[in-house]
Design a protein around this ligand. Sequence first.
Ligand code: SF4
Length: 160
Amino acid sequence: MYKVRRWVVRHARLFEWVYRGFEPLLVKLHPLWRRIGYERVEAPVKAIEKGVKGLLFDCQMCGLCALSATGMSCPMNCPKNLRNGPCGGVRANGHCEVKPEMRCVWVEAWEGSRRMKYGDRIQVVQQPVDFRLKDSSSWLRVVRKLADPTRERADSGAVK
Ligand code: SF4
């Protein structure tokens, strides 16, 4: 998985492009999700999301995805779960101080962001991790936020 996620970062622009096509499609399906019931679609959508993003990004299902603002490098793979840049312990070779065999996810994030069209989103401050959202579908959360922002605020109190 480590090799795959590094490959993804090297192709961050391609994945940005794919996501920018995929997101509107998911949002268009909002009436369908609502009709079936978000509670009912949560489990199957979450399973697909977990499979796809686990394979590509080593996704930890934090429920609040930041990939589009982190060069397609998942910040939850940082052993300290830092969501807004690296700690002070990055080694001179760009590796993690806790896991020396791993490149710092934020070094990767910066490099990935430089390849993306909207890579400057890396400057946007991310919300802290909300562990209440763990193991929930970030895709559905984004859909609800974009399609029905009032409802999403009322439901979770936390949005992407
Ligand atoms: S930021 Fe969260 S949802 Fe996105 S890939 Fe990482 S763990 Fe998964």
